[in-house]
Design a protein around this ligand. Structure first.
Ligand SMILES: NC(=O)c1ccc[n+]([C@@H]2O[C@H](COP(=O)([O-])OP(=O)(O)OC[C@H]3O[C@@H](n4cnc5c(N)ncnc54)[C@H](O)[C@@H]3O)[C@@H](O)[C@H]2O)c1
Ligand SMILES: O=CCCC(=O)O
Length: 533
């Protein structure tokens, strides 16, 4: 199937050039940007593109109301397609399907579930190009990044397919003579999963992988911005032979709160796992309290990225670029505040800005584009507000600093600011965009104190070659994940999650399994008698 797109946001190279001349500042001048493209994405297997249907009880169904919502390409603004606007009743149907399926699925062996997940993994890998196309289309990230996300997403299925047959209970020495104590790890039950748009595939597989590995069934509400990648994953689940009702994928946009309320209050749902903003996470936690569901919250971050004088500056620059600008700054673990010790501040700032100046911004489908659009206009407005706030409070815009309306309303220049101070909005709020602010600091104690001066604690990074400092600082950072001399920490084998208002629970790794289990203890009395003669 060919998808013909006409750009709604025509651009001219001259307009882009003049925009850059207005905004480029002293250290380095941005080279030329890539223009938004009218290129039409094509799928090798068009049947992966599911419109107007959700996947419930092994079937493709419409919303009972017949209502749909539109999803748009963030690069061009063009309509991608329409999806069912599920409501409370539709969601209850999906929960009922998951409940019915749970009875049989919980009794399958780990080896059987492993094979199902492995088959799904194989299909994701086989269809990686199409999944990447869908991700770029609806999320905007460049094709290379989208392919990277598909690999990352698939790896959660692979990892948890390998964990499924290795779910062990414990034997526990009792303190009461004659008693024998052991534990059984059981699936918690039907799980409600709610995921964000910034990783349309990986945030879902990171939840479904462990849920299925232990024998749970799921109802997953996709983000309104990026419903088509999850629906393609559902089609692959079907082809993999995942039993009906085990995986249910529902879509909603205007009805998001209504669907969320059902998932968090319906007593059949025994576990909710949410990835998204801290504010929504708090709301869902309140809603879950009525039925005391098991809960995992993967929420917002405000990651500190500290570069000490003893760091390898080039390595730190590469790490900061990778961490800050991944998905155009739209990941929860992106560096949000870059602290650079005064002795290397100028060198770091110059090298960092030079590296950022090499980016090519544009439509993610365009060859050579390194950074795509932001997800929507609200995101762009927030980024701009953060830059203007910093500027007004004395920061210097070294590179970028402006919207790129010539490319479309969702594009923003990769931006570097120096002279950042802690009273600026960027110090306390997650920017979630392509803006890097460099804060100078003098001592290790000061850096750690400022890094921790935030209510959230997801990821933190630092660069140092001093072994004692590495241990000291890693131990003092109030975060759930620390990157030392690297800006990339995501790995299905490693526990992902936060502390403080970044939430609780861990995804990926051995620890990700426990989030979908309950531990049942069995005490067997009268077992201490002597051998019978
Ligand atoms: N910790 C992590 O692992 C992680 C990963 C990705 C994103 N995030 C965070 O997510 C935020 C960005 O994503 P976002 O803007 O889409 O967040 P968001 O909280 O607005 O939305 C996340 C998901 O929740 C849904 N949602 C929104 N309101 C809801 C409600 N009342 N009931 C049920 N569902 C509801 C959305 O439709 C979406 O599917 C950032 O703060 C980022 O740091 C965290
Ligand atoms: O945006 C949050 C998730 C990013 C990741 O898993 O690396």
């Amino acid at each position: 199937m060919a998808f013909v797109q006409k750009t709604l946001f025509p651009a001219s190279r001259a307009a882009v050039r003049s925009r850059f001349q207005r905004s480029a500042l002293p250290v380095v001048v941005h080279p030329f940007l890539r223009l938004a493209s009218t290129m039409a994405p094509k799928l090798k297997d068009p049947s992966l593109f599911k419109q107007n249907v959700c996947y419930v009880n092994g079937e493709w169904v419409k919303a009972r109301s017949g209502k749909t919502f539109e999803a748009h390409d963030p690069a061009t603004g063009n309509l991608i397609g329409t999806c069912p606007e599920f409501d409370a009743k539709d969601t209850e149907d999906a929960i009922a399907a998951a409940e019915e399926a749970f009875e049989a699925f919980r009794k399958t062996t780990g080896r059987e579930r492993s094979k199902l997940l492995r088959k799904w993994y194989d299909l994701v890998v086989e269809n990686a190009d199409d999944l990447a196309t869908l991700i770029t289309w609806e999320n905007g990230k460049p094709t290379a990044d989208a392919k990277g996300e598909v690999t990352y997403a698939a790896n959660f299925f692979e990892w948890f397919s390998e964990e499924a047959p290795r779910i062990y209970g414990d034997t526990i020495p009792s303190s009461i003579p004659g008693n024998r104590v052991w534990t059984i790890k059981e699936p918690v039950g039907v799980c409600g999963l709610i995921t964000p748009w910034n990783f349309p595939a990986a945030m879902i597989t990171r939840k479904i992988g462990p849920a299925l590995a232990v024998g749970c069934t799921v109802v997953c509400k996709t983000p309104g911005e990026t419903p088509f990648t999850p629906l393609a994953l559902a089609e692959l689940a079907h082809r993999a032979g995942i039993p009906r009702g085990v995986v249910n994928i529902v879509t909603a946009s205007a009805n998001t709160a209504e669907v969320g309320e059902v998932l968090t209050t319906n007593p059949t749902v025994r576990k909710v796992s949410f990835t998204g903003s801290t504010n929504v996470g708090k709301l869902l936690m309140r809603q879950c309290s009525g039925t005391l569901k098991k809960l995992s919250l993967e929420l917002g971050g405000n990651a500190p990225f500290i570069v000490f004088d003893d760091a390898d500056v080039d390595l730190a620059v590469a790490g900061a670029v990778a961490s800050k600008f991944r998905s155009s700054g739209q990941t929860c673990v992106c560096a949000n505040r870059i602290f650079v010790q005064r002795g290397i501040y100028d060198e770091f700032a110059a090298k960092f800005a030079a590296a950022v100046s090499k980016f090519r911004v544009g439509n993610g489908f365009d060859e050579n584009v390194t950074h795509g659009p932001l997800i929507h206009a609200r995101a762009v407005d927030k980024v701009e507000a953060h830059v203007r706030d910093a500027e007004q409070k004395g920061a210097t815009v070294v590179l970028g600093g402006h919207k790129l309306p010539e490319l479309g309303p969702h594009f923003f220049q990769p931006t570097v600011l120096t002279g950042m101070k802690t009273d600026m909005a960027m110090a306390s709020e997650e920017t979630f965009g392509p803006v890097a602010g460099l804060f100078p600091f003098d001592t290790e104690e000061e850096a750690v104190r400022i890094a921790n001066a935030t209510p959230v604690g997801l990821a933190g990074y630092f660069f140092s070659r001093d072994l004692e400092r590495v241990h000291r600082v890693a131990e003092h950072l109030e975060v759930g994940m620390v990157g030392v001399n690297t800006g990339l920490i995501s790995d299905p084998a490693a526990p992902f999650g936060g502390v403080k208002e970044s939430g609780f629970g861990r995804e990926g790794s051995l620890y990700g399994i426990g989030e979908y289990q309950v531990t049942k203890m069995v005490t067997y009395g009268g077992m201490g008698k002597p051998l019978q003669s």
